[in-house]
Design a protein. Structure first.
Length: 168
């Protein structure tokens, strides 16, 4: 079964991207073989990684065009925050690090607080804090739906584990 999840993300300038996310408080994991043509951004504690590769390297992975983020986007990355203060702090860090805050910190739907930004390459990100009672209820409903679709531990042969995601 899957042990890790990672997203490959093209960037124009690897050093600039690493500097930006480091200034936000994120860390990087070394690539296998001490490769220097990419970077492994660590998101939370659920073994989710964003593998950043300069566009020329990324092109070797696929036969398709790389999205021009000045005109469109293929994905919106959403990460959680521990509380509203962390949302506000990350919004300030984004500004200071050279990112663009697209929608400032605000409450949404009465139970969510967050903001949106673009990184130096134009990739879109959300930072969200969800009220625990509402988030727990939504998670419980989602897990219930997923439990009915996934094989039992006996069928899969591996215990199902729940881990919490944290944002720096």
């Amino acid at each position: 079964m899957t042990k890790e999840f990672w997203v490959n993300l093209p960037v124009k300038d690897l050093k600039r991207s690493k500097d930006f996310f480091t200034k936000l408080g994120f860390t990087f994991k070394p690539l296998p073989g001490d490769r220097e043509d990419g970077a492994c951004l660590i998101l939370g504690t659920k073994s989710v990684y964003v593998m950043m590769f300069e566009e020329k390297i990324f092109r070797s992975f696929t036969d398709t065009n790389i999205t021009d983020t000045s005109k469109s986007n293929e994905v919106l990355f959403s990460i959680d925050a521990e509380n509203t203060d962390e949302v506000n702090i990350l919004a300030e860090r984004v500004k200071k690090a050279g990112g663009k805050v697209l929608a400032g910190p605000a409450e949404k739907d009465g139970w969510m607080y967050g903001f949106g930004f673009s990184d130096p390459d134009g990739h879109l990100w959300n930072v969200l804090y969800m009220e625990p009672s509402s988030a727990d209820q939504a998670e419980s409903e989602e897990e219930s739906d997923m439990d009915s679709e996934r094989p039992s531990e006996q069928e899969s042969g591996t215990p199902q584990q729940k881990q919490e995601m944290q944002v720096p």
